[in-house]
Ligand binder design. Sequence first.
Ligand code: NAD
Ligand code: ZN
Ligand code: ZN
Length: 346
Amino acid sequence: MKAVQYREIGARPEVVEIDTPEPKPGEVLLKVTAAGLCHSDVFIMQLPEDQYTYGLPLTLGHEGVGVVEAVGAGVDTSLVGQAMAVYGPWGCGICERCAAGQENYCLRAAELGITPPGLGSPGSMAEYMIVDSPRHLVPIGDLDPVQAAPLTDAGLTPYHAIKRSLPKLVGGTTAVVLGVGGLGHVGIQILKALSGAQVVALDVSDEKLALAREVGADHALMSDESAVEAVRDLTKGRGADLVVDFAGIQPTIDLGQKVLGVGGDFSLVGIGHGAPTAKVGFFQSPYEASFLVPYWGYRQELFEVIHLAQQGKLTVHTETFSVDKAPEAYGKLWDGTLRGRAVVQF
Ligand code: NAD
Ligand code: ZN
Ligand code: ZN
């Protein structure tokens, strides 16, 4: 089968021919229909050798959707033929965190060597993939696979980050979205669908700002120092009640801190290189502000995100590519020239 692999430190991903896997007891074999590309893929492919821990060769893809092709011993055979999205942050399934659906924070994943598909385990950017347990599948029904694949991360991650701040986002409040890429443009829609906040989107390119307006941002502004005063004006001096930083680089963290209001939440989702940091303390951060560093989302939250999409409340803007064109798609993600999410369609 064809697979898109990262094979050598510093090299670009390649399309290769590898053996089709077979499901072991307890596992599920999925015939992949769509796989999304995430900036985190680029992040790990830019890591120097001494910081790279994901194994080589690595079949990429941590956003995946497919149809169950076969199941291993002990797995319900009625799953065969069903269209499923893959919940990616795999955990052990039995610790206290996993019991609450919080497999992204599994207490034993590291100890047991459990890694997400595409981030250690073979991922979804291949004609077939192994899912370690049917517990990590969410039925998508009639949802278009190209829509559903990005929802497993570009939908789930902003959903998780925003959901916990919803009690603060009543009418009259403001949410600032930094970075209107794959995650950010879905984040804007989640805020509009679930909260009473006005949404101010900040990015560095006019195309991304146009996308922000298209998906419902109330204001879309250049991400530079001028945004500080603009947000102050738009909030009548109150500042933002939530800042979600989908870039996670020092300039966005610094800007986000400047626009955050008293009691606001700063949710750092983006993972920038060079360990960028936020300043927390008297005269450095607003009174009673909270700083959060969320990772992916909970298992039941993926059901919730899929339901929102099925109700027409979330639409992922996608650029689709064939598997052979996946390296080109990665090139566009690298260069920042994608609109929305790139999805490989099988
Ligand atoms: P993307 O490349 O699609 O989007 C990034 C956006 O940030 C682009 O629109 C870009 O123009 C914008 N940007 C760059 N510099 C900016 C600036 N100074 N101000 C404002 N915007 C700026 O990436 P993505 O796939 O949406 O991922 C976003 C980030 O989230 C990445 O760092 C990724 O690694 C991370 N991520 C984290 C999690 C998590 O669990 N915390 C999950 C998925 C992705
Ligand atoms: Zn991701
Ligand atoms: Zn666990």
